[in-house]
Design a protein. Structure first.
Length: 352
């Protein structure tokens, strides 16, 4: 006589089946031996499945991290005289894919910066980030005006959402009435000219802070436009004049996860107070500033963020115009021309 029993493995879709003989002579001893054998087999198979799932999870995280690093590529420490530091912190433990985005590119029109936050998380948010950043990296070189860059990003986002809607709901036909429901992107565009003049366009994103030793101020007080996605852009898009970024000053850009972070008692993170303390008596150093803010965020929330956070700091390290030495005059051959001092007792030239 043979006894057969199956044990389902929770969460794996598999089951362990064991069979052992039962004889009248063996009685309870045979049943106990068979049960021990079945437990040993199920334990071994559970360990094998667990290791396989962990390997797949590590591989998936590695692939997701590689995709994120390609889309949201690391920024160089300096671009066109601006010292740069940027970093992001995920709200989910072990997560590597998020919806925050930033990029800094030097163009013939000035250094152009984008900072944004896509609603949601995961691969869908990463795909939207890729669509926005891909369009930005092309448009900043092609469009002479910042408004043209924003319109290009708006069209790229709308096209991406239509394609996602078709993929998610193929029965809706070639042109569904509504794209992905409730999808939007908050976006900030900045343009820094060589003389330090700053212009910006803001679609539902927090304005940056202007930092210098002993001073903290908002870059602009203008009301932002609605986020990209739900509403069309207005016909007229004049950029906001944000003043001048003087040598030694810095801009602190962030996503709303930094301001909205709360502690256990529901109190918001005091970002302006921390920034003001950081620049009270010393010039803002980008990397040190990021470290202080992230440390304060984790301490304030007890290490439990509810939203992703991205930070970007740009400091103007360009020398003032008065400190830049004028280059020497050059002759027609391109060599430096040096003037000779006049002789004190000139004599006429004799020709033989």
């Amino acid at each position: 006589m043979t006894r057969i029993k199956a044990w389902p493995l929770r969460g794996s879709g598999l089951s362990v089946t064991a069979a052992w003989p039962l004889t009248r002579q063996s009685g309870g001893r045979a049943r106990s031996v068979g049960g021990a054998l079945a437990v040993a087999m199920s334990t071994g198979l559970l360990l094998y499945v667990r290791r396989a799932l962990l390997r797949e999870l590590r591989q998936a995280r590695k692939v997701a991290g590689a995709a994120q690093s390609v889309v949201l590529r690391p920024l160089p420490p300096r671009i066109a005289g601006l010292e740069i530091a940027a970093a992001r912190l995920s709200a989910e433990c072990g997560a590597t894919v998020g919806g925050d985005l930033y990029e800094v590119i030097a163009t013939e029109h000035g250094v152009r910066i984008v900072m944004g936050d896509v609603r949601g998380h995961g691969l869908a948010a990463l795909a939207t980030v890729a669509a926005v950043l891909g369009s930005f990296r092309e448009a900043v070189h092609d469009e002479p005006e910042l408004s043209g860059v924003l319109r290009r990003l708006d069209r790229s986002l709308a096209r991406h959402l239509r394609e996602r809607a078709r993929a998610e709901h193929p029965s809706a036909g070639p042109a569904p009435d509504t794209p992905v429901a409730e999808e939007f992107v908050t976006l900030l565009l900045l343009e820094i000219h060589h003389d330090g003049d700053v212009r910006g366009l803001n679609c539902g994103h927090p304005w940056p802070y202007l930092l210098e030793p002993g001073r903290l101020a908002a870059l602009s007080g203008d009301d932002p436009l609605p986020p990209l996605g739900p509403f069309p852009l207005p016909a007229d898009l004049p950029p906001t004049d944000c003043g001048r970024l003087a040598p030694g000053q810095a801009l602190f850009l962030y996503t709303d996860g930094a301001e909205d972070a709360r502690d256990g008692r529901g109190r918001f993170f005091p970002l302006p107070a921390l920034l003001g303390e950081a620049v009270r008596a010393r010039p803002p150093h980008p990397r040190a500033l990021l470290r202080n803010v992230f440390t304060g965020l984790l301490r304030h929330t007890g290490g439990r963020l509810r939203d992703d956070v991205a930070l970007l700091v740009l400091r103007n390290d360009r020398l003032p115009r008065a400190a830049v030495a004028e280059p020497p005059d050059r002759d027609a051959c391109g060599s430096a021309a040096r003037a000779r001092p006049l002789p004190r007792n000139p004599r006429p030239t004799r020709h033989s």
